[in-house]
Design a protein around this ligand. Sequence first.
Ligand code: MLT
Length: 388
Amino acid sequence: MNYNKNFDSIENEYIFSKIRKQASSFNNPDLHLIDLGVGDVKLPLFKQTITAMKGACDEMQKEQTFKGYPPANGYQFLRDKIAQSYQNLGAKIEPDEIFITDGAKGQLGNIAELFNYGINVLFQSPCYPAGAESNVLRDNNVDFLVTHEQDGFIPYPPIGKRYDLIYLCSPCNPTGAVMNRTDLTIWVQYALKSGAVIVFDGAYSEFISGDYPKSIYEINGATDCAIEIQSFSKSLGFTGIRCGYTVIPKRLGELNALFFHWLGRRFNGVSYVSQRGAETFFDKDVKSQLEKRIKFYKTNTEVLKIALKNLNLWYNSSVCSPYVFAKTPNGENSNVFCRKLIENLGIVSTPGSGFLHGGEGYFRLSAFCHREDALQASDRLKNLAQYY
Ligand code: MLT
């Protein structure tokens, strides 16, 4: 069979499917499973979001307001609100530079389809693996810019080789590293000088506190060299509903028009009901509830960090992330360590090696959990010492 042989050079199963399988096969009647593996939200949708979606369903029930295929690039009402939110940040983004999508994951790979096969691509790493693996499957030359604990996992531009696409993620999944204005300005200038396009993954931007840019378009020159990918998954709790967006400024030349054509051919749009739900992200009442929710998840990270501190394990100090990224005891292999965590303590985590280069020797705990689970996990972690 003439299948794509690039599949042979990536893991045979996607890391998060593996983690889900591991969790579902756990069977110890004496130990309730605490799932801190896949970063899947646990708290329900906001009342306003549900009301908006129910309203959209009612419209679907009447012939006069029924809607069929959505526009491939999304409904104007949602693109207008998103453009306004960028303008509020001081960024000149217009509604026709925004494309409503079903979330961030697919987009990380789809963007590469706007370019030739075999281009040079750079990923900050450890990184969320979906984008890198999609680029490998496209036969692109993928390099990893390994970031380090000593630098707070912040990536700095490489010297030498020229890249067509550079993937950055801030706050970074999994490390939690968040880039400040200076860091991002360095990257924007580097991209402008070298003719690269930055793909900026901002899926966790709502977790930012402090004076960090939430969008790359807060940086001068970024509308000339950067694509931004955003998602409502981790903010509005849309991991199951699905809705996000990609921004391609027209100043990037043909890429804006190419993506419009790409969507027309490959995508039938996001449902009207989901987009009406997503629109509530911009509602004032929802915003204040969202802030509380983000604080709730971030408090979970603090609970987990205290447990790791008591074990003398290194962990990321970032307070802009729903993940705790930590070092395994005695440099243990991350798969071995995560297996021990699940088998002995009933805690699901994600091995650092799943986040590709630079991730080995670390593990990630997701704080998208109920408070009882964070507390119970930290209690169980006290017993970790006996296995070392
Ligand atoms: C994660 O990092 O846990 C992801 O968001 C899960 C996924 O999207 O596959």
